[in-house]
Ligand binder design. Structure first.
Ligand SMILES: Nc1ncnc2c1ncn2[C@@H]1O[C@H](COP(=O)(O)OP(=O)(O)OP(=O)(O)O)[C@@H](O)[C@H]1O
Ligand SMILES: [Mg+2]
Length: 362
């Protein structure tokens, strides 16, 4: 069991001047499931590979427990990694694939067999131990790759998009299995994905990266409720938060005919004449047609999901025509072409500086 610390860890690839990972600072608790998430090229794999010892660290340090592992070779770090392309050995049985690392390490046959059987039981692979990988489904192969990591009983699991080879349905069930397995084993885990839904559903905490820079590290709840900046606000949540640039007025900011309250001090922090207001699709209330608050949305497209529906429309906000997404009940779906009067729910709005992106509301 161990904590993991990225202490201003930086990676600059040879030939590049800009760091791929720039002074990454995260402390991961013992037994925690931390998810690194962000768009392609933001430095997720590089961060993980630095922790694994597969990539040089050009600044700062990395610690596992009290050990400074910054310059230790991978084999001395006591970690096990599961990759996207988990490349099982095709000519070996499932059992041999799972036990291979232990065999290399010189562990005796009986002990290998025992550990493999234990892991197989946890992963529900017992009946496949004598099969070759090609006779397994994608999800089963994925579990064998997990098994290879588990039998080593490492201090830390590292996983880089381990589910991306699976179809959508299998991804959903496998992500639940991995999350519950991790909780059962209690092994500190760093998990990389570009999928924010996967991040929110699996992580104890989520770290959002952009251009090599850490944007926010927080619990899924806080990440969703209080995104630290415009980037996180737009990245976390699907459909994305509505973000609209609006003028600053007395005591707040104007969103259509509604005033979104913002503390005076928060607005004093910016000299901008406009700020960006964020409202999640589920945080609009539908008002009667006579309401003198909020905005009138012209309905362009309705996406029905059964339980609820997303209305994609346009509205006049801050003197411009803006696209808005509003969630409505599955049985209260408006007609295409009709208008829907919506009011941002008090206490559920977000205000950001348009120029710096920083969160202004508390
Ligand atoms: N070996 C390398 N040499 C030079 N630059 C690299 C190397 N590997 C990655 N990079 C660059 O570093 C940045 C971060 O890459 P990285 O692979 O960490 O991104 P990622 O977040 O894992 O993206 P993806 O979601 O596409 O896997 C990118 O700009 C990439 O082009
Ligand atoms: Mg990657």
């Amino acid at each position: 069991m161990a904590t993991v610390t990225f202490d201003k860890a930086t990676r600059i690839y040879p030939g590049s001047t800009k760091p791929a990972v720039d002074a990454l600072d995260i402390e991961i608790a013992d037994g925690e499931f931390l998810v690194l998430v962000g768009p392609s090229g933001c430095g997720k794999s590089t961060s993980l590979r630095m922790l694994a010892g597969l990539e040089d660290v050009n600044g700062g340090a990395i610690r596992i427990g009290d050990r400074d592992v910054t310059h230790l070779p991978p084999k001395d770090r006591d970690i096990a990694m599961v990759f996207q392309n988990y490349a099982l050995y095709p000519h070996m049985t499932v059992a041999d694939n799972m036990g291979f690392a232990l065999k290399i390490a010189g562990v005796n046959k009986a002990e290998i067999r025992q550990k493999v059987e234990e892991a197989a039981k946890i992963l529900d692979l017992t009946q496949y131990l004598d099969r070759k990988p090609k006779a397994l489904s994608g999800g089963q192969r994925q579990r064998v790759a997990m098994g290879r990591a588990i039998v080593r009983e490492p201090q830390v699991f590292l996983m880089d998009e381990p589910l991306s080879n699976l179809d959508a349905k299998l991804r959903v069930s496998t992500r639940t299995q991995i999350a519950s397995l991790q909780r059962r084993l209690g092994i500190t885990t760093v998990y990389v994905t570009h999928d924010q839904v996967e991040a929110l559903t699996m992580g104890d905490r989520v770290a959002v990266l952009k251009d090599g820079l850490l944007q926010q590290v927080d619990t899924p709840r806080n990440m969703y409720d209080k995104p630290a900046n415009l980037f996180v606000a737009g990245f976390i949540g699907s459909p994305a938060m509505n973000l609209v640039e609006v003028p600053v007025t007395d005591g707040g900011v104007k969103f259509g005919n509604s005033v979104v309250p913002v503390e005076r001090e928060a607005l004093a922090a910016t000299s901008d004449k406009t700020v960006t207001v964020g409202v999640r699709p589920e945080h609009f209330d539908v008002a009667g047609p006579d309401s003198d608050l909020g905005v009138e949305v012209t309905v362009n497209v309705v996406e029905e999901l059964g339980s609820d529906a997303f209305v994609y429309g346009t509205a006049q906000v801050g003197g411009e025509t803006k696209d808005l997404v509003v969630r409505v009940g599955g049985r209260e779906v408006p007609e295409k072409g009709s208008t829907l009067h919506v009011v941002p729910r008090a206490g559920e709005t977000h205000v950001f500086s348009t120029s710096t992106g920083a969160r202004l509301s508390d």
